[in-house]
Structure formats: C-alpha cells, structure tokens
Design a protein around this ligand. Structure first.
Ligand SMILES: [Zn+2]
Length: 292
C-alpha cells in the first residue's frame, strides 16, 4: 500500500536513463556499467534529483550473477550491489527522494529455450535482492522483463527475501497492427495476470517504446488492472551517428507525456536516451496535472 500512498502524496516522478547517461559521461562499449566510479554515478543521480526526480534508481540493473560473469565479476555480486545502493543513498541524503533499487533480466533463457531452470532464476534474483534490500532503500523495481517465466521468478525471489514494495515492468514492442507484445511474445494481459497474482505494488512498462507509442499501452493496462501504473518510455528510436547511439529530441514530448498521464499512468519516468532535461519537462507536466 506504500506505493499508493506515495502517489497520493504527489510522488509521481521517477528518474531517467542510467545507461545512456553513463555512456555520455565516458562509459565505453564492453565496460561494465555497474563498475563506473562513485563520482560518475553520483553525478547522474544528482542531475536527476536537481531536475525534479522524486525517485532515483540504483546502478544495479545488470548486477546479477550471469550478467556480471560476462565481466568475470560473478564473485562480486554482493559487493557491487551494496556499493551502488550506497552511492544512491549517499547522493539522496537530505534531498527527500526515494531510492528504488533496480533489478534487470539475467540475459539468459529458461528451459526449454535455454539452460536455466526456474529455481536457478530464483537463486540469482534472491541473491541480488537480498543485498539490495539490506541497503536502506525504499523499494525494488524489476524492469525490462520480456519473458513471463523470468518475470514470475524475479518477483517470487524478491518477495521471498524482502517485504519492501515491489514495482515490476515489462518491455513491449508495438507491431504494425498496433498490438503490444514483448520480444518473447508476452501480451500485456499475460503480464498483468502474473503481476497481480504475485501481488506487486505497481506495474507497467519501460523501454523500447517512445512516449507517443506508449500511450495506447497505458490505456490497455488501465483496462486490465486497478494496480498503480508506472510507465518509463525511451527517448524515441536510437540512431547511429559516427558510431555513437544518438536519441534525437522527441517531437511533441509534452503532448505525449500529458496523454500518458491522462490514460492512467500514476508514476512516470524515462528509459534509454532520456536525460535530466526530459525529467524537467516531465516534472513540470506532473506538477500541473490537477486531474487527481
Ligand atoms: Zn531502456
């Protein structure tokens, strides 16, 4: 019920991207995003707080065992999660913002498509969630899920190690007919069913879609559930310019965000390509939203 209370108190503005901000600040391809210096990470958190974010997300999206193993850091799961949650906490001191600890997908597939079992997924997510939950944070956000099995296992694992509020979001694409599906073929209805069964505190979608492409998805979610809703769109489609990924300014940003809110989103933030400037715009719209 805590998330509902926060929303009633007006805490509705999440933060923007971490990954694309870290790239702007010098993170190179092939480097582990969770290993950037404390100074760089604080810069990102601080920029979002200054822009008006009421929640900041820890730099722990890929800090699970299989993802860290790709950087030969699989023995450092506890250390990295503890450090990065601590950096967010330290930046937030005295600023009145909530700390959301971030859990992303493993990048692995569950059987029969891959080698992982539900039990293995549960172990991986509990290992990460346990450390994060012990780090004086306010909530857990599970993001960018595309597989229904991994979604279920991650929520199950998190809830088995902590009673902190849990937000879960999946990432959807929109096809030519306007239907929303995750990369693994999951519909919003299937996703919402699992999230309700698992009793998350809020649900929604993040990444992949631009703000304008997300509006109908918000409407679909609103029809499917009474749970609080959170949406974090990307800053449009990325383009490659001189070997660099560039997100161009979003046309009609204010209009699209207003429509996302009107369609029923309770909390809004941003995913890949969004920056403090985007949060500034978002905060302004949320502040002037007197519809609730
Ligand atoms: Zn993203």
């Amino acid at each position: 019920m805590k998330v509902e209370r926060w929303i009633k108190e007006g805490l509705r503005c999440f933060d923007g991207a971490t990954g694309t901000m870290l790239i702007q600040l010098g993170l190179k391809a092939g480097e582990c995003p969770e290993m950037v210096s404390e100074e760089v990470m604080m810069k990102v958190h601080k920029a979002y707080i200054d822009a008006g974010s009421q929640y900041i997300t820890t730099n722990t999206f890929g800090a699970n065992r299989p993802k860290l193993a790709k950087f030969k850091l699989d023995d450092e799961v506890a250390k990295i999660n503890r450090r990065n949650a601590g950096v967010a906490r330290k930046t937030a001191v005295g600023r009145g913002v909530l700390i959301a600890v971030d859990i992303g997908p493993t990048g692995e597939l569950i059987e029969p498509y891959g080698d992982y079992t539900r039990e293995m997924f549960i172990d991986i997510f509990s290992e990460q969630a346990k450390v994060l939950a012990e780090s004086a944070v306010d909530l857990i956000i599970i993001e960018t899920m595309t597989s229904i099995e991994e979604l279920e296992a991650s929520i199950h694992a998190v809830k088995s190690v902590t009673s902190l509020p849990v937000i879960a979001t999946m990432t959807f694409d929109k096809d030519a007919q306007g239907r929303y599906r995750t990369m693994m073929g999951v519909t919003p209805e299937m996703g919402v069913r699992v999230m309700e069964e698992k009793a998350v505190d809020a649900c929604g979608a993040n990444c992949s879609l631009s703000p304008s492409d997300m509006i109908d998805l918000v409407r679909e979610f609103r029809k499917l559930t009474h749970l609080p809703l959170i949406f974090q769109p990307n800053a449009g489609k990325p383009k490659m310019v001189d070997d660099k990924t560039v997100y161009e300014p979003i046309p009609d940003l204010e209009k699209s965000i207003s429509q996302i809110i009107a369609a029923g989103a309770d909390i809004v933030g941003g995913c890949c390509g969004t920056d403090p400037e985007y949060i500034h715009v978002l905060r302004h719209i949320l502040y002037n939203d007197s519809s609730r």
